[in-house]
Write a protein that binds this ligand. Structure first.
Ligand SMILES: NC(=O)c1ccc[n+]([C@@H]2O[C@H](COP(=O)([O-])OP(=O)(O)OC[C@H]3O[C@@H](n4cnc5c(N)ncnc54)[C@H](O)[C@@H]3O)[C@@H](O)[C@H]2O)c1
Ligand SMILES: [Zn+2]
Length: 347
């Protein structure tokens, strides 16, 4: 078992931790009587809900369950409203706890509900995808999607604790596992050359506990220094400006992690062409991505990318912010003026 305690992030990573969740919540709860509302999706429900419920029951914690359909459509206001109504119908109080059991979709939705219902009830994350373990459950961003774009409405609300059960990774489809590996590799590129090398050498299969704990530590450290996303936290967007454009251009048929992989590769090639990074950086990234079964080629034209980026709702005024690598293990923010964007992307 590994622990990360970098306030506001507190995480435990271990195989089979789902079987101990009852005792763990009990140990963290001053109230003798409290209930848990487990929020999960249909896939995770079939695999892991019973284990979590048994563990809660064993610790004398009553639970209710709210199940959503898998997919981004569930990260919506209609589903959020149903979930909040459900908590109200169950007469949930501030001493009761929302427990997100699933991937980033369930975590983002449940976190938003927990942050707003009664102006905030207790909240725990039990991430079951690699992406949720290394990324979305950490840092306190919650969200639903709007018609205007993904993640445009949400809050900052930290879970009291994150419990990552490594055993749940075994049932992930290979592509979904690879999505999480892309975000893990991102941390290596941003600030940890050793992590990058470990991931590229296939260590994620044998040493998941150590690697996931290191990823959480990195994200937690960055978030601690910039909880509200005003500065260094934006380094976490490495690969995301272009990745986001690919997701949109593909109408979200390219998954987030795969789009980020291509985005990291593209921006690194661009940085190399502009002589902004050390020689060999792009080649090292390409090898690592390939070994993690992630894509490295962008099939969209510069025109398509430009159009999508310029319409990005998160754009700041007349510049677009990229994160560029200086070398493996070191990145920096790099604003590009909109009028210079085409030259920047195509040179
Ligand atoms: N809050 C943040 O900081 C943050 C950061 C990154 C991404 N996100 C969000 O996270 C979401 C993506 O998260 P995700 O990649 O975990 O997707 P997801 O929640 O859709 O899960 C992926 C798929 O895997 C299934 N699944 C989950 N756990 C499983 C398991 N153990 N075994 C088998 N199947 C399992 C799910 O049912 C789903 O079909 C996006 O909405 C994204 O915007 C949020
Ligand atoms: Zn991401």
């Amino acid at each position: 078992m590994k622990q990360v305690n970098i306030a506001p992030c507190h995480a435990e990573i271990a195989a089979q931790i789902r079987h101990d969740i009852g005792q763990k919540l009990r140990a963290l709860s001053p109230e003798k009587e409290f209930r848990a509302a487990i929020v999960t999706d249909r896939n995770v429900e079939k695999l892991y809900l019973a284990d979590v419920q048994n563990s809660l029951a064993g610790a004398g914690i009553a639970n209710v369950v709210f199940v959503v359909e898998p997919g981004e459509n569930s990260k919506s206001f209609p589903t959020l409203e149903k979930l909040i109504d459900f908590l109200a119908d169950q007469h949930f109080t501030r001493s009761d706890a929302v427990v997100a059991l699933g991937g980033g979709i369930v975590g983002d939705l449940a976190g938003f509900a927990a942050s707003t219902f009664l102006r905030g009830v207790r909240f725990f994350q039990m991430p079951t995808t690699l992406l949720a373990m290394v990324d979305s459950s950490i840092g306190g961003k919650t969200a639903v999607n709007l018609k205007a774009g993904k993640n445009l409405c949400g809050s900052f609300y930290q879970p009291e604790k994150i419990f990552a059960d490594l055993e749940t990774l075994a049932t992930l489809p290979a592509d979904t596992f690879a999505d999480g590996a892309a975000e893990a590799l991102k941390y290596g590129m941003i600030c940890d050359e050793k992590l990058f090398a470990l991931l590229g050498s296939g260590a994620l299969q044998g040493d998941a506990e150590k690697i996931i704990a290191r990823c959480i530590e990195i994200k937690a450290t960055i978030v601690q220094g910039d909880t509200f996303d005003r500065g260094t936290r934006r380094l976490l967007n490495f690969g995301h400006t272009i990745g986001h454009a690919i997701e949109i251009a593909s109408d979200f048929t390219v998954s987030h992690g795969h789009a980020v992989a291509i985005g990291m590769m593209e921006i690194t090639r661009i940085a190399a062409r502009h002589a902004l990074c050390a020689a060999g950086t792009a080649e090292k990234l390409e090898c690592a991505l390939q070994s993690l079964h992630l894509p490295t080629e962008n099939f969209y034209s510069v025109e398509t990318m430009l159009e999508t980026m310029l319409n990005d709702k998160k754009r700041h005024g007349d510049t677009l912010e990229f994160v560029i690598p200086k070398q493996v293990g070191k990145c920096e923010l790099y604003p590009v003026a909109v009028h210079d964007l085409k030259r920047f992307l195509t040179k």
